[in-house]
Write a new protein. Structure first.
Length: 317
């Protein structure tokens, strides 16, 4: 862990009086919760999550402090119909939106299908955020920030990810991912290829959206390795996996270690950043980094986005 994240300070932040609105998906736990609490110091937070009760709790926590404000929007990101409804609800709020953080994400040990019959991990982590972002972008003012939370596990050459059994993003096509099919030669760990591929698509999407829409600031963030979040709570796979396999192996790579509070501060920093950078992939300290060789290839990035749009176009409007 570097000190720079903690050195990211008030100087990069707009004045408290300059009230803007920030949208955070998955604000009920882990990185998203910490980011929402951080952003609430700066503006209204639009909490976008699937569980009304949990959203209400976060909203209450934020509004317990005088002058802080949040709005809750129920949205199941795995369900495209729910995402479209939520986007319409957010637009109707007519808030001065300065940032959208695509943070919500899952891992699954046993693959299930979404409402549209698509792989649940791919739908939740890639398709839902893709639809939400495309629906909101035309309504964002010039200079607004969009950030996708990605993961280093998309890179098959990333040593810590390799050490724990990831084999990188295994993208064949958007249609194949929706069927739960991944490039052969992948991980023996259940759910690892689906997760890594969804994160590969997040990063490719951020880079294409940044090129397509230069009036907005569209970036990606790798938040580091954070064992104590809810990720993978289904079947407690993640926790068992970490305790039994990851923690012992990761000792030599502790510099990638982070925690929700620190990751939330870095995510807020990247989301609030008024410096106008776009198309940047930031590391866990908020410094520019690089994704895998494949995801840096613009023709690959373009293919992911074009195929995702084609897949989504198969749904009724
Ligand atoms: N933890 C790490 O080491 C790590 C490393 C790299 C990247 N990341 C990424 O960081 C992001 C946040 O993960 P985290 O570690 O903070 O995990 P987390 O604590 O499990 O938080 C995930 C959030 O996403 C929400 N969510 C899940 N499925 C959803 C759906 N269908 N619709 C709407 N919201 C949904 C969860 O809501 P509920 O509370 O309702 O479940 C929760 O608020 C993810 O994109 C993850 O891939 C994490």
């Amino acid at each position: 862990m570097t000190d720079e994240a903690d050195a990211y300070q008030e100087k990069d932040m707009p004045k408290t009086g300059d009230r803007k609105a920030y949208i955070v998906t998955g604000p009920t736990s882990g990185i998203g919760l910490r980011t929402a609490l951080e952003l609430a110091k700066r503006g209204t937070v639009v909490l976008v999550g699937r569980d009304r009760r949990k959203l209400d709790e976060v909203q209450k926590t934020i509004e317990r402090k005088k002058g802080r404000h949040a709005v809750s929007v129920v949205c199941d990101l795995s369900d495209i119909a729910s995402v479209r409804r939520a986007a319409a609800e957010i637009i109707a709020l007519d808030l001065p939106i300065a940032g959208l953080l695509n943070n919500a994400g899952i891992t699954q040990q046993h693959a299930t299908n979404s409402a549209q019959g698509w792989d649940m991990t791919f739908a939740t982590n890639h398709l839902g955020p893709f639809v939400l972002t495309e629906a909101l972008m035309p309504h964002l003012p010039d200079g607004a920030n969009v950030v996708f939370i990605c993961s280093a596990v998309e890179d098959p050459e990333r040593k810590p990810a390799k050490a724990v059994g990831f084999r990188g993003g295994r993208y064949i096509s958007a249609e194949a991912s929706a069927r739960g099919a991944w490039k052969p030669g992948g991980s023996a760990r259940p759910g690892a290829d689906a997760y890594a591929t969804s994160k590969q698509c997040n990063l490719a999407t951020a880079m294409v959206f940044a090129r397509e829409t230069p009036r907005l600031r569209i970036n990606a963030l790798e938040p580091g390795f954070i064992p104590n979040t809810g990720l993978g709570r289904g079947g407690n796979f993640f926790v068992r996996f970490l305790l039994n396999h990851v923690l012992p192996l990761l000792a030599p790579f502790m510099k990638y270690w982070s925690n929700p509070k620190r990751a939330g501060r870095v995510a807020a920093k990247v989301l609030i950043n008024a410096r106008g950078e776009t198309g940047i992939y930031y590391d866990d300290g908020g410094h520019p980094t690089q994704g895998s060789a494949l995801v840096r290839d613009t023709s690959f990035q373009d293919r992911v986005v074009a195929e995702t749009r084609a897949l989504l176009a198969t749904l009724p409007a």
